[in-house]
Structure formats: C-alpha cells, structure tokens
Write a protein that binds this ligand. Structure first.
Ligand code: NAD
Ligand code: MG
Length: 384
C-alpha cells in the first residue's frame, strides 16, 4: 500500500488525484491533505478519506475543522506546517498540487527527505527548479512531472539516448483565441479567457493558456526538468490536445505521446511509476471525425511565448521574475484592472525594469524575491 501526501487537495489537480485514489483503494491510501480555501470542501475530503495528517494555513482553519471532524487528525499550520508535513517519514509519494510559488515549500522538503514527488506545481520548477533538482540528487529523491506535456516527455525520453535527441516539442491547444485577429485581442473579457477549449483547470492556468504564457512556462519547465537548452525546445499548436509531446531524433524520426486530454493519466503515471495499472476510464476513441493538426504558433499574437524564451536565455532569476509578475497580472486582468493585451506588456516591463539585487538560492530567498517582484508589478499596474 502506497501512502500519499496530497498538497492542494481542494484544487483541480487535487480533486483528480483523489479520484485516482478512490479508484485504486487497494494500492493507494491518503496519508495527508492540505488546502488553503474552501474549508468545507476540505472537511468533506477529510471525512471521506480520513487522512491522519492535515496541513492548514492558520489556527482559525484548524479550529474550524477540529470542531466539525468526526476523528482527530494531526494538524500542521502555516508554511512551516507545509514543510513539516512534507517531511513525514512514512510517505511514499508526495503530490504537489498547490498553485503558486508556495508549492516550492512542500516540494523541497519532500525531496530533501528522499521522497518521490509527483510535481504538478509549475511555479516551483520555474522559480526554483535548480534547487529541487540538486536536492533530489543529493538525497535520492525523485521528481515525476505531472504537467501533461512533461509527463509525456518523461515517458518518451526514457526510450531515447540523449545523444540521439535533436529536439523536443510541447503541444499547445492554442487556447480560445487561436483564430482571433491580433487587433481583436484587446477586447478579450475574463469570461471569454476562462473558457478553455479542451482542459478544465484552475482559473490562473486557464488564463495562462489563453495568453500562451502557460506554454512559455512549460518551455522553461522542460528546460529545467530535462536539462535542455532553449533551442532544443519547440512549441506546436495542436487544437485537439491529443498529442501531448513529441521528440525528434537526429535521424529525422519522431516519437509522439498520445492520450485523451485527462489529467488523471499523468497523475496515475506519477503515482504508480514505473508500473502501469489498468485504467480504462480515459480511453481515446478514433472516430472518423478525429483529425490531428500540428502547426507552429504565432509569436506576434502571443508575445508571452517570446518572453518565456527570453527569460530562459537570461537564466535564473529571470524565469522567477516572469512567473511572479504573471501571478499579479492575471488577477489584475480577471478583476478588470488591466486588459488582456496588457498582460504581456506588464510582464515585459517587469522583466526589463525589476532591479536584481541578489540571486535567490534558498527556499526562503526565492519566496521573498517572488514577493518583491509581485509588489513591484502591483505598483507598476497602479501607474499604468
Ligand atoms: P487550483 O487553483 O484549482 O488549486 C490550487 C490548490 O492549491 C487548492 O487546493 C488551494 O487551496 C491550494 N493552495 C493555493 N495556494 C496555497 C498556499 N499558499 N498554501 C497551501 N495551499 C494552497 O489549481 P490547479 O489547476 O489544480 O493547479 C495546481 C498546480 O498544478 C498549478 O501549479 C498549476 O500550474 C499546475 N497544473 C495544473 C494543471 C491542471 O490541469 N489544472 C495542469 C498542469 C499543471
Ligand atoms: Mg501542461
């Protein structure tokens, strides 16, 4: 029986991880959960799975849950609680489904303790991937990516010798504005941006998919996780979200990874790796109407992609700056404070104008630096 710690249990990835755990009760059990908002939802999860450990943001949430629960779990509080629960010795797999840079805390401590980390949180890879990788290396921990494209690449690259690799390709649905004219993007509303054509995800990542910032972040993620230079990573638009990644070999051969767009598949893979259990609820059916298109993205229409490559080439801490700035720009857009087309403008301005006084190298420094960039971006948006 594998014991699973699930950080971010109430979110989109969190719920899908719980679905997998329910379906594989003979081999998976929930050791601990964390969540920040939606405490009633967390309460329901706790009652259903009865995890002995629960991490919460503050003491008020602890007393809220403690009063209502029918059993007595051990509670962990705040950022320190995230670190302590992630260090729980009896855990076999630690799923990081928290959104935002705070995901770095449990990811780091789980790896430091030599655990397997099923890592969905991309902010921690973008801002602190170097730290996670070196920590995993020295402790014997391992990172299994859960982001669908990176799970696909992880699976494909196992079959390829590194000297025979020419390039990797990440696919992007293209988001809801793929066919819009550049000039019309000014008029995009939050409602329109929140309608993703193929995936159901949290709000932030859905807007990032509409600007293609998400794909830009994934280019950075791929570079960090698989130690690839920017010129070996390309993006292809693939509106059907059926091919998740491709690798091109030096003899011109391509391997592709296909599956139904269902995040439960990469989650399942990370939980069971290197095994593959039988799972038939996400079958891909080939109907006469199924067509698969692949074509290059329009960098002019989606400047966030270019920004990601620039940040990647500049190196640490530029990807962290880009990501932190986006964590402010996206809510500002959703709250109607800036336009959709202002998002890349704000990000570019932050990349150019934020003064780097030091290179953050520890978890604490990365979190503080991230906060400084967010404050800088917030002030800049006020002046726009
Ligand atoms: P979400 O917004 O639906 O859920 C976020 C979860 O994290 C919630 O449980 C929330 O309570 C928790 N959380 C947020 N801030 C926290 C904090 N400071 N401390 C503790 N808990 C906190 O997000 P999501 O769509 O499930 O995405 C989660 C992560 O996975 C993100 O990094 C995202 O980029 C990545 N990801 C998501 C998808 C997807 O399909 N949803 C795909 C690939 C990668
Ligand atoms: Mg993805």
């Amino acid at each position: 029986m594998k014991k699973v710690l699930l950080f971010g249990a109430t979110g989109s990835i969190g719920q899908q991880t719980l679905d997998i755990i329910s379906r594989f009760r003979d081999s998976l059990t929930l050791l601990g959960i964390s969540g920040k908002l939606r405490l009633d939802n967390l309460l329901d999860i706790a009652e259903k799975f009865r995890p002995p450990l629960i991490a919460l943001p503050d003491e008020e949430s602890v007393s809220y849950l403690a009063k209502r629960l029918s059993y007595k779990p051990e509670f962990f509080v705040g950022d320190e609680g995230l670190a302590r629960m992630a260090s729980e010795p009896s855990a076999d797999v630690v799923v990081i489904a928290i959104s935002g840079i705070k995901g770095l805390i449990p990811a780091y401590y789980a790896l430091k303790n030599g655990k397997r980390v099923a890592l969905a949180n991309k902010e921690s890879i973008i801002g602190g991937g170097f730290l996670l990788l070196s920590t995993a290396q020295s402790s014997g921990g391992e990172i299994i990516p859960v982001d669908s494209e990176h799970s696909a690449l992880f699976q494909l690259l196992q079959k390829v010798k590194s000297y025979s690799l020419r390039k990797v390709y990440l696919t992007a649905s293209g988001g809801p504005f793929l066919d819009w004219d550049l000039k019309d993007l000014e008029k995009v509303t939050p409602e329109l941006a929140l309608k993703h054509p193929t995936w159901r995800m949290g709000e932030k990542i859905t807007v990032d998919s509409a600007t293609l910032m998400n794909k830009g972040f994934e280019v950075i993620e791929a570079s960090v996780l698989f130690n690839l230079p920017p010129e070996k990573i390309e993006v292809l638009i693939h509106p059907q979200s059926t091919i998740h990644a491709l690798v091109e070999l030096i003899d011109g051969t391509f391997f592709a990874h296909l599956s139904k767009p269902d995040m439960r598949l990469p989650i399942l893979y990370a939980l069971f790796y290197p095994e593959r259990p039988n799972f038939d609820v996400a079958d891909l059916s080939f109907s006469p109407s199924l067509t698969l298109n692949l074509f290059p993205p329009d960098f002019q229409k989606f400047p966030c992609l270019t920004l990601a490559y620039s940040a990647l080439k500049l190196g640490h801490p530029y990807p962290l700056i880009l990501e932190a700035s986006d964590e402010v720009a996206v809510p500002a857009f959703l709250e109607g404070r800036i336009k959709f087309t202002d998002i890349p403008r704000v990000l570019e301005k932050t990349l150019n104008e934020f003064t780097i006084k030091y290179k953050p190298s520890t978890v604490d420094e990365i979190l503080v630096f991230h906060e400084e960039v967010k404050n800088f971006t917030e002030e800049m948006i006020k002046r726009l």
